[in-house]
Design a protein around this ligand. Sequence first.
Ligand code: TPP
Ligand code: MG
Length: 313
Amino acid sequence: MTLEERLFAHVYRIRRVEERVSVEYPKDVIRSPVHLSIGQEAVAAGVCEALGKEDAIFGTYRSHATYIAKGGDLRKMVAELYGKDAGCCRGKGGSMHLIDPEVGALGGSAVVATTIPHAAGWAYANKIRGKRHVAVAMFGDGAVEEGVFYETLNFAALKKLPVIFVLENNGYAIHSPLLTRQPKDNIAERAASFGIPAEVIDDGDTRSIYEATARAVQAIREGKEGPFFIECRIYRWKEHVGIGEDWRFGYRHQAEAQPWIERDPLKVTAAPLSEARRQEIETSIEAEIADAFQFAESAPFPDVSELLTDVYA
Ligand SMILES: Cc1ncc(C[n+]2csc(CCOP(=O)(O)OP(=O)(O)O)c2C)c(N)n1
Ligand SMILES: [Mg+2]
């Protein structure tokens, strides 16, 4: 596949998996809350396309997209959502704890900002071991209100860690707009104040996000060490958690979504492809998704005797 085809395939796969999640969710077969990335796919798609299998990405609770774009096993992901034994956490993690170490999808966490130090720690280990692998921390604009964000930036800059901090700035933490929580909308400037090269991609363009990440990855591979900071402005189309829309709550207005819907990452990444190639890719992804959901539906639940294994009590 060409780069254009791969970027489209990432976005299409994420969108269609989450649309299928939205169809199944009301049937109560999915055993955990779901935080969808519909409309925000460009970030995971662009970032993961620039990474190799040995590179690691740490996501949030909103990271179906990260797991999928990093090449996580789709059957294990859907089985995890269904609480099944074949799930990537044997059914005990659910939507917010997707992990596939074989492809460097090193996990999500429901606790806001925790994956920022996790990624830096992984980068520190790589540096000590002399490995030129890249660690990526994904986080939202709400996560930068946690002290650990600043502590980690400080440490990563001081130790020149091979980590890329990727901010998915969708302008909201649950129902609170950014400027009701922070005095200035200048997160990338704050990262730059630590001497970290920081750039902002403000139009949600998958290709631009890919290129910015690829430049940082190349610099790390060449031994011009990190960290790097990439802010991706993006918009969440659905409610914070769940499958519905939330315009009725009045904390944001549908008109605000319009420019983002016009530059829908699915439409933008499909544009350079021929109709025939686009259809081929779509057909093959549809088959993968149908297979994964069928696998999850028919897979067994963990045995009751396993209730307390692999969990802390
Ligand atoms: C440490 C911590 N504090 C609060 C919460 C509750 N909480 C869950 S999601 C969220 C908002 C986070 O917003 P943001 O980081 O912008 O991510 P987004 O949901 O927009 O992707 C909060 C405060 C939490 N999960 N963990
Ligand atoms: Mg946010």
